[in-house]
Design a protein around this ligand. Structure first.
Ligand code: T3D
Length: 262
């Protein structure tokens, strides 16, 4: 029973929809708590094999709810480091560490932490009318939610610095051209395509997909040799799954494989 998110599980897919449309789904404390709880349920569920994250209304997420920040003259300044430590960093870690594909359907503007939450997901689709803004610099802040790590890796340092320091709005088509997202789709097709993608992934060897995610996420901090060792270790785990047995068996018998995610 959530107030600021819509959450349900169907056909192996958990759908988490941010639901404060009047505030462009910006985060207040209650929404943080609800998202954290829903992601905990996703992780603990034996049924869920893919997560779809999206937003209600015309925005995906406008980052922190600025109405919750009292910066009036004379007011005690909020400790934003505490907010990052308690809320944004755990959220990003939950998404990155979730052992399943996380699909993000960016239905509208994604600004501030909202943009970087999308970039922390595994496969990002965006509506053609959606856009991405590193809005932090406009209010004197630093990109957070992993943005200073993710952006240079997605688009290179030159573009990352311009995005972070200019805070310009980047269209979904531009984001696709620059490799910031997987694909840009027509507005009316976004939710169906994202759900279809999530449902497809949920029928795949999802333990293997989780290991792929682990390997690729680790690659940025590893040397080539460390990465080779990691691939060996993860392949050992993948090679012990029932899905590997099923995949090879189905190939040899020229039939469609039925994967169980274990
Ligand atoms: O504080 C900490 O804990 C540290 C962590 C920070 C993480 C961050 O995310 S910092 C960055 C915070 N976000 C922003 O600075 C973005 C602010 N919003 C905007 O710049 C614009 O709203 C957008 C570019 C996203 C969209 O522009 P537009 O013209 O399409 O819509 P709008 O008219 O500006 O917004 C529509 C409504 O949403 C409006 O309310 P109203 O006037 O209709 O009652 C606006 O106030 C509200 N809204 C949009 N963003 C936020 C917001 N309300 C509160 N907080 C917001 N972030």
């Amino acid at each position: 029973n959530f107030e600021h998110i819509l959450f349900h599980i169907d056909s192996g897919v958990a759908t988490l929809r941010l639901n404060r449309p009047k505030q462009l789904n910006s985060f207040n404390l209650k929404m943080h708590g609800e998202v954290r709880e829903a992601l905990k349920q996703v992780r603990q569920s034996a049924e869920v094999r893919a997560l779809l994250l999206t937003g209600e209304g015309r925005g995906f997420c406008a980052g922190q709810d600025l109405d919750d920040r009292n910066v009036a003259p004379g007011a005690e300044m909020p400790d934003l480091g505490e907010s990052i430590e308690q809320h944004y960093n755990p959220l990003i870690r939950q998404l990155r560490d979730l052992p399943m594909p996380v699909i993000c359907a960016v239905n509208g503007v994604a600004a501030g932490a909202g943009a970087n939450i999308a970039f922390a997901c595994d496969l990002v689709l965006a509506a053609r009318s959606a856009s991405f803004i590193q809005a932090f610099c406009k209010i004197g802040l630093v990109p957070d939610s992993g943005g200073t790590w993710t952006l240079p890796r997605l688009v290179g340092m030159a573009r990352a610095k311009a995005l972070a320091m200019l805070g310009e709005r980047i269209s979904a088509e531009q984001a696709e051209r620059w490799g910031m997202i997987w694909r840009c789709v027509d507005d009316e097709a976004l939710q169906d395509e994202a759900l279809e993608l999530a449902r497809h992934l949920a029928t795949q060897p999802t333990t293997g997909l989780a290991l792929i995610k682990r390997a690729l996420n680790a690659s940025a901090g590893n040397t080539f040799d460390q990465q080779l060792d990691l691939e060996r270790d993860l392949q050992r785990l993948a090679g012990r799954t029932e899905d590997y047995r099923e995949g090879v068996g189905a190939f040899k018998e020229k039939r469609t494989a039925t994967f169980k995610g274990c």
